[in-house]
Design a protein around this ligand. Sequence first.
Ligand SMILES: Cc1ncc(COP(=O)(O)O)c(C=O)c1O
Length: 381
Amino acid sequence: MPLFDVYPLYNVTPVSGKDILVYDDEGTEYLDLYGGHAVISIGHAHPNYVDAITNQVNTLGFYSNAIQNPLQKQLADKLEALSGCKDYELFLCNSGAEANENALKLASFKTGKKRVVAFSKGFHGRTSAAVAATDNKNIIAPINAQQAVTILPLNDVEGVKAELEKGDVCAVIVEFIQGIGGLDQGTVEFFEQVDKLCKANNTMFIADEIQCGYGRSGKFFAFQHYNVTPDIISMAKGMGNGFPIGGILIHPDIEAKYGMLGTTFGGNHLACAAGLAVLNTIEEENLIENTNIISEYFVEKAKTIPQIKNIKGRGLMLGLEFDFEVGDLRKKLIYDEHIFTGGAANKKLLRILPPLTIKKEHVDQFFETLKKVLEEIQETV
Ligand SMILES: Cc1ncc(COP(=O)(O)O)c(C=O)c1O
């Protein structure tokens, strides 16, 4: 049976991984500066992670959400301690789109309203309301287009004010660092004004931290670089280091009612074991501190490369902008030099999303290779 062909694939078959390295089916070693799309937070096959999942599956892999599962509370407590998000409540699900779907649904339940404000080049997932709030017409089917969504330019404070004052907006959803859109960030003034406008207009402020959260920005959540208090924070990717887990943190102003949200798989024993191993490792190995140290080192090195015209993003969610499209550069890096990097909607941007365990020697290896490849590309022009 053929696979439904929705992904353009690189012809590489990784079969194993160790920390920041992955190995293909021919034993070739790759440096992973893509982290399986910002998912690998604590490194491939981290022993804490392998042990936690192995022990859990040997004991109890799954039961339903109709019974007590103390692992969920352990995860919630650890998340509160590490993120500093005191007083929020946790709802667990399985993916990023699902997290945003639940966040938008809660915002609508809470406010009784249904229109959403989202931003240009934003991405929030591929399901019903999440995809409608995504600025990409190609992935919005007619069934999704019935959702009431207004897309505004990032930093358009006046636009947000005008929309919220109409009184029908349940949520403003924003990535504090845009992912696939190309690493753009709103200004401090923008984020802080949007926070205030939401509070003044009974609109829920949703921080989509699915990609930029879990330490990747250099703080636990990217919104913590600003003086804002989101009503709902959505998480996934780095949360499980590859094990499918997502979740939302919900401000206590939003009151839970039985049946309001629900899921079969969300918060299952295996997912919680994976999630706990990730948080314990972030703490034990000071991975947020490492993110800041390596980020600074990376940016300094990037500044010495004349072909790099702009450095975007924060922490270990960085974009290197060139004055040419980087498709061929990425191919050369993967096939000839065995380094994974990411792309973005902005075709001139190379995205860097490594595991947060990355060390200076990997950054050195990347820049030595990049210089060489850029010279080769120049010679062929
Ligand atoms: C910011 C953001 N939100 C939501 C999603 C959707 O997550 P998932 O693919 O797990 O549904 C993504 C995935 O790339 C993302 O980057």
